[in-house]
Design a protein around this ligand. Structure first.
Ligand SMILES: [Zn+2]
Length: 85
């Protein structure tokens, strides 16, 4: 059984886009209570390497004005999305 399959059924009604980040987008590891992040990560300057919701490795593209990273299950996460300010 994978960790994603053991989540509580009470939250199953929420869409994937509203799910909390479960995985570190830079290491793919399950997030601990307090995972340290670099300043560049906090500012959104570094693209994530792994999907924060399922831990899959994402396709990352660096653009002159930012970056995007695509998960095969959760779609594209863009540095300009503004989900994290
Ligand atoms: Zn994903």
């Amino acid at each position: 059984m994978t960790p994603t399959e053991s989540r509580a059924t009470t939250a199953s009604a929420a869409p994937d886009t509203a799910a909390p980040d479960l995985y570190d987008p830079f290491t793919g590891a399950l997030l601990a209570a307090a995972s340290p992040r670099t300043a560049a990560v906090e500012l959104g300057l570094e693209p994530p390497r792994f999907c924060a919701r399922c831990g899959r490795r994402m396709v990352v593209q660096i653009a002159p004005d930012g970056w995007w990273a695509r998960c095969s299950r959760h779609g594209v996460r863009d540095s300009r999305d503004g989900s994290r300010r």
